[in-house]
Design a protein around this ligand. Structure first.
Ligand SMILES: [Zn+2]
Ligand SMILES: [Zn+2]
Length: 295
């Protein structure tokens, strides 16, 4: 992975993405928030999005909210583009399966307001990464066929093997999945989301609170998928947990049940253990969540 590239956001393809842009909630995005430090709010900046190495012009707007009025509103950034930029046309071409599906569905519900989701097994993703240049971003398209390919190649790969290989802290080149280019984009995305989440926890374990590598200037904390990634392909934040190598090893050996309400792990021997750090599961306690609509 290019070290200047940081994960910013993964967006499920929808109609507005293919026509005008997207809204990015900043709540959990450590790297991107840092990147935006010093950018003035409310003013659009010209940025370049690279799609298939081809540059397209867009506007990045760091939304300004009236804090008196919208105390609980999450910070968002918007990326907007016009037809003239050629970007909508390019995205419609890249995500042709989604575009065709959404267009047909919209014809069917004409006149009625309805948000159309792609069928679960046909979702495609627009993934945004930063680059070394603050005004240039890379778009990676993860299409239905690529997800299908990756999924197929993950059959027979163990969860530990996948996580080990995807984890930046554990670069074990002996993994058998190394030679499978079909997994490259999915692995990169998974690793990048994990790296962002580790930063959110300051490289501490959510179970014991330790940053074990700190004294050695090493980052050894790892990212665990609560529902196995090799089966679910799910790397949403709420399927990820940041834990130290010891806890990770115990979890894979014992397969505890995780209760999301109490944030407690229950092990087969009857031992219970509550997370001591949570900055991303129960977000509702901290701030509101509807980042899709902007006042
Ligand atoms: Zn731990
Ligand atoms: Zn794991």
């Amino acid at each position: 992975m290019n070290l200047d590239e940081f994960y910013i956001y993964r967006k499920e393809v929808d109609w507005s993405l293919l026509h005008e842009g997207l809204t990015i909630p900043l709540r959990l995005l450590v790297a991107f928030r840092n990147l935006l430090n010093g950018y003035e709010r409310g003013i659009g900046r010209k940025v370049t999005l690279l799609v298939d190495s081809q540059p397209f012009e867009a506007q990045l707007i760091n939304q300004a909210f009236d804090r008196e009025k919208y105390v609980r509103h999450a910070d968002v950034v918007q990326i907007r583009f016009t037809k003239k930029s050629g970007l909508p046309q390019k995205l419609q071409q890249v995500f042709f399966a989604s575009y065709t599906y959404l267009r047909n569905e919209r014809e069917l519900v004409r006149g009625r307001k309805a948000f159309i989701h792609l069928p679960e097994d046909s979702r495609e993703y627009f993934v945004l990464y930063s680059t070394a240049r603050p005004d240039v971003f890379v778009v990676e398209a993860i299409t239905k066929s690529e997800l299908y390919e990756a999924n197929t190649f993950l059959e027979g790969v163990s969860e530990e093997e996948f996580e080990k290989f995807s984890d930046f802290a554990r670069r074990d080149e002996s993994a058998t999945i190394v030679a499978r280019p079909q997994l490259a984009k999915v692995r990169k995305l998974d690793r990048s989301i994990g790296e962002d989440l580790k930063a959110l926890y300051d490289f501490r374990c959510q179970i014991c609170g330790e940053n074990f590598g700190k004294a050695y200037d090493q980052r050894v904390v790892e990212v665990h998928h609560i529902v196995q990634f090799v089966r679910s392909m799910n790397n949403d934040y709420d399927n990820l947990m940041v834990i130290c190598p010891n806890h990770h090893s115990v979890i894979h050996k014992t397969d505890p049940i995780f209760d999301r309400q109490s944030l407690t792990l229950s092990y087969p021997n009857g031992y219970h253990e509550a997370l001591i750090l949570d900055r991303h599961f129960n977000m509702n306690n901290q701030s509101e969540t509807n980042a899709g609509s902007v006042p």
